[in-house]
Design a protein around this ligand. Sequence first.
Ligand SMILES: [Zn+2]
Ligand SMILES: [Zn+2]
Length: 117
Amino acid sequence: MIGRQFKCCSQCQQSKPLTAFYRNAGTRDGRAGKCKECKQVYNATYYRDKNDPKKEPASPRPRWKMCIRRKRKRRPEQFPLHIRNPDGRTRICRACFADIMKPTRSTGKQHRTKDLA
Ligand SMILES: [Zn+2]
Ligand SMILES: [Zn+2]
């Protein structure tokens, strides 16, 4: 009888039920070589690489970017990378980041860079 069939994932080397693999008509057993989990990781990596502003700028890069802390124009390279922002960089420049990260003696507490990113 045909029970639950298992297949070894080519990526994570784990035996998983066939249902854990996407269908792929081009293979002998009709299932993809990588399990769904590994495929998702693969896709996510591919997607991120494609959108990496360093490798492949999606839009023409602006020559200047305004630092929201000191309201000064600086070159985009002066802003640390921040994947979640539309232009892939933080809204404050490296110099300001360095400033913020310094613990201030008066208050003793660190600023929350999260709010500025
Ligand atoms: Zn896998
Ligand atoms: Zn700045």
